[in-house]
Design a protein around this ligand. Structure first.
Ligand code: GLC
Length: 566
């Protein structure tokens, strides 16, 4: 091992929590079901909250639990200030928040500002009040083209497939105007040129800030502003499929969007006090990375999801590039980098890595598709997470990855609920496979998710991955996560400086995190075929898999170690 090459300077160890936090994503429908209707709920989360405190995360991000007809699993919000009865009541939320605070867990809620539900009181008024009304001007209604306005206003398509416009019936019963929905028909886009929309969302932000939330994950943060005149777009709507800059599409990443976030940042800062800083994190699927980084300028978002990292192939050069590139861009704005490998919109990383070719992959895997090598996927997923949690900045963990859960890749079509699957007539499998309810207890109905079954079927492989099968079991994925999170905290890796550890060869990603009081930690991820020896004096702290008999790091394995005095 030669002298490390610096990549990133340390952050003060007393920096605000969001600069180094590990944030756990709870998908409320699928976490734990207390009332036995087969769908997870807030009481179910409260009952088992100790599990998350024990895991060692700092904050929880909840996917939407607001009142919703569930056209897109709650990302179609009918009332931004109320809890859907499926999930419980506002009292249940307050009980959950109180217990989380007792356990030292901060709460981030999901804010969905690009669109509401068709059941939102504003949209109902827009339908009832007719063309030209004040209510209609809060959404994007336009007259149709062609004979009698029977064709949509332009050629835009929906991210979920099909056209992005739906025609309404006017109050007098005649076929009428069309409204824009970049997602499902049930998700009409707001018109963010309307000051009423701004005022309403600022009020919603205050509502949740006053309830004590630590921040917001902002849904489709790149979509709120549409180019004036709604010009035609022949390309795809799904950002993954757009080649070249995302903002070529007239509805993504338009420059004026940043004005909104500057105002929100000022508002959120009003509520921040030392030790209780409030934040917002952007879900912005934007390329090139230089454009994505604009969202974390000092007066905008605190964080933005690092989707480039999520989609990086499990290959040494690609990983090195994305780590260095992400840090350089975020550092340029004084923002922490985030790291994320899974969420409720992508194939779980234990499955993505179970193929010969890793990287972006398809949006969902079905029974007809080539099936992953589960053992390979899990082995690499553990190695990838071990690498990720050694990196400075903030990391996101998606529920179930701490159990090593794979995607449900053989779910029969009749169970699928993702609008993507239905709107593309099955051509795109969609996201149900990563949203399957968690297994808690091997020998219990629905693997202990709840007494009333599970809204999506759980694969048989979840039995042996249940929480009760892994708790206290040396080498289990759950214990690996616990150990990584404990060591990350003890060594202050979230605020550490980072440097390449040279001398391990091209097939290895090797980094030194300078850490804090706990001392520096070196992480080595071996992506080559041959085992890699550790330097003399290396003291292994944790390893994603067994080392060879002579203490070398085998293929698809990551190790954290210290060098020198303990
Ligand atoms: C975001 C959410 C996704 C949802 C979409 C529309 O991408 O993460 O689940 O379907 O926005 O709200």
């Amino acid at each position: 091992m030669t002298m490390p090459t610096p990549l990133h300077s340390p952050t003060a160890t007393d920096a605000p929590w969001w600069r180094h936090a590990v944030i756990y994503q709870v998908y409320p429908r699928s976490w734990s079901d207390a009332d036995g209707d087969g769908i997870g709920d807030l009481r179910g989360i409260t009952d088992r909250l100790e599990y998350l405190a024990d895991l060692g995360v700092d904050a929880l991000w909840f996917s939407p639990f607001y009142r919703s007809p569930m056209a897109d699993a709650g990302y179609d919000v009918a009332d931004y200030r109320d809890i859907d009865p499926l999930f419980g009541t506002m009292d249940d939320y307050d009980a959950l928040a109180a217990k989380a605070a007792d356990l030292g867990l901060r709460i981030i809620v999901d804010l969905v500002p690009n669109h509401s539900s068709v059941e939102h009181v504003w949209f109902r008024a827009a339908l009832a009040d007719g063309p030209g009304s004040e209510a209609r001007a809060r959404y994007i209604f336009r007259d149709g083209t062609g004979p009698g306005g029977s064709e949509p206003p332009n050629n835009w398509t929906s991210v979920f497939g099909g056209r992005a416009w739906t025609r309404v019936t006017e109050p007098d019963g005649t076929p009428g105007q069309w409204y824009l929905h970049l997602f499902d028909t049930g998700q009409p886009d707001f018109d963010w040129t309307n000051p009423q929309v701004h005022a309403e969302f600022e009020s919603i932000l205050r509502f949740w800030l006053e309830r004590g939330v630590a921040g917001f994950r902002v849904d489709v943060a790149h979509g709120l502003i549409k180019r004036a005149g709604l010009p035609p777009w022949d390309g795809p709507a799904e950002t993954r499929d757009i080649t070249g800059p995302t903002n070529a599409a007239p509805f993504w990443d338009q420059d004026e969007i940043h004005d909104i976030y500057r105002r929100w940042r000022a508002l959120i800062d009003e509520y921040s006090t030392p030790g209780h800083e409030r934040i917002m994190c952007a879900e912005a699927w934007v390329t090139p990375p230089e454009r994505a980084a604009l969202y974390v300028r000092p007066d905008e978002f605190h964080q933005s999801f690092n989707f480039d990292y999520l989609y990086t192939p499990f290959e040494p050069a690609a990983l090195r590039d994305v780590i260095a590139g992400s840090l350089a861009l975020a550092d340029g704005y004084g923002a922490p980098t985030t790291w994320v490998l899974s969420n409720h919109d992508v194939v779980r990383h234990a499955t993505r890595y179970g193929y010969a070719t890793t990287g972006r992959g398809a949006l969902g895997i079905g029974p007809q598709d080539p099936q992953p090598d589960a053992a390979l996927g899990l082995r690499r997923a553990r190695a990838a997470t071990t690498l990720m949690l050694a990196l400075p900045g903030s990391a996101y963990v998606y529920q179930g990855e701490e159990l090593g859960l794979p995607e449900h890749t053989t779910m029969p079509s009749e169970f699928r609920q993702d609008p993507t699957f239905h709107r593309t007539h099955g051509a795109v499998i969609g996201r149900d496979g990563c949203r399957v309810p968690l297994p808690w207890v091997k020998d219990a109905p629905a693997y202990g998710f709840g007494p009333g079954g599970s809204w999506l079927p759980q694969p048989a492989s979840y039995a042996d991955l249940a929480v009760d099968q892994q708790t206290g079991v040396k080498g289990s994925t759950l214990e690996l996560y616990r150990t990584l999170l404990r060591l990350r905290r003890e060594h202050s890796l979230g605020t550490g400086g980072l440097a390449w550890a040279d001398g391990f060869g091209d097939e290895v990603v090797a980094l030194v995190n300078t850490g804090g009081e706990g001392g520096a930690v070196t992480v080595v991820t071996n992506l080559g075929a041959e085992p890699v020896a550790l330097p003399a004096g290396a003291r292994v702290l944790v390893s994603s898999g067994a080392l060879t008999g002579d203490g070398a790091v085998p293929t698809d394995t990551s190790v954290w170690f210290t060098v020198g005095a303990a």
